[in-house]
Design a protein around this ligand. Structure first.
Ligand code: BMX
Length: 281
């Protein structure tokens, strides 16, 4: 019943040992973007070497597209993954136990649905992070494959074929800050906004406005009971408040119900572990 559950994101890797939704152990370290999957797996194996023997299976929630156990990047700017990398097979070989791989945001959606802000009702989860990911629960089922990849949407209001996340997420914020003469990452932008820096508040507002429009589109497409927002940027100071205030011009019939993710950075590992257990019973 104990699962070695790992979240491989565009910026960091979170390794955990989970039993019945409880985190028994954890370790976090950066995802070295240039290294590639063999090295990321080797780094994980190294970090959790002394957990060996205490888990019966491994679950990985990974940024990117997972198709039949194979892993590819949709947006190499979030993380450059070679096409169709045999992730589940390599995990089985490395850790010697049954392996499940699933997209990170879909796993987080399932985690929030089962043990977080979803309250057991159909929901859409959005993570605003290095990229933008998402997951959809309909009639109690998690949609897999490309479903929920809201960061990949190319709305007609975009001025090119670039995915929406390139105009919203952590990468976008850092590049806007650089244009304003500040070589900083997303957390520093939130800190600067708290200190009253106008350039920083403007970047956050631009991103939050696009997330608000995305929530409206999702409501029209799927009409979920709740849209749960998570991710390092989604959960940062005031971001959800910004989104809510952008939406407040709508009348009640059209207004999406927005909720804050409850599992924070653990949503992906909790969801992936739950799916692995469910699959193996
Ligand atoms: C990108 C895409 C999604 C992922 C999302 C959030 C890649 C490598 N990733 O849209 O699969 O769910 O980013 O990922 O194409 P995160 O790393 O920002 O959490």
């Amino acid at each position: 019943r104990t699962v070695l559950s790992i979240d491989i994101g565009g910026t960091k890797i979170l390794a955990t040992l989970i039993k019945n939704g409880w985190i028994l152990r954890e370790a976090e370290f950066p995802t070295e973007p240039g290294m590639g999957p063999d090295c990321w797996i080797a780094a994980i194996a190294d970090r959790v070497a002394d957990w060996r023997g205490s888990y019966g299976q491994i679950a990985v929630a990974a940024t990117g597209l997972i198709h039949q156990g194979h892993w590819s990047a949709l947006n190499p700017a979030t993380l450059a993954i070679p096409d169709a990398y045999p992730l589940e097979a390599r995990l089985r070989d490395t850790f010697g136990v049954a392996a499940l791989a699933i997209n990170d945001a879909q796993a987080a959606a399932w985690g929030e649905y089962r043990r977080g802000a979803g309250n057991g009702k159909d929901m859409v989860f959005l993570t605003i992070s290095t990229g933008i990911g998402g997951g959809v629960i309909v009639n109690g089922q998690l949609l897999q494959g490309m479903a929920g990849h809201f960061g990949q949407w190319r709305g007609p209001s975009g001025n090119s074929h670039e995915p929406l996340e390139d105009r919203v997420s952590g990468h976008f914020m850092a590049s806007e800050a650089a244009k304003a003469g500040h070589a900083v990452h997303a957390p520093d932008i939130f800190a600067a906004a708290r200190e009253g820096e106008a350039w920083a508040s403007a970047i956050i507002a631009a991103s939050a406005k696009r997330v608000a429009l995305l929530c409206q589109d999702i409501q029209f497409a799927l009409d979920p009971a709740t849209i749960v927002i998570g991710g390092g940027i989604g959960l940062a100071d005031g971001f959800i408040d910004h989104v809510q205030s952008e939406l407040s011009v709508l009348n009640d019939t059209l207004l999406p119900v927005i909720a804050r993710a409850k599992l924070g950075r653990y949503a992906g590992v909790i969801g992936a572990a739950d799916l692995a257990i469910t699959r193996s019973v």
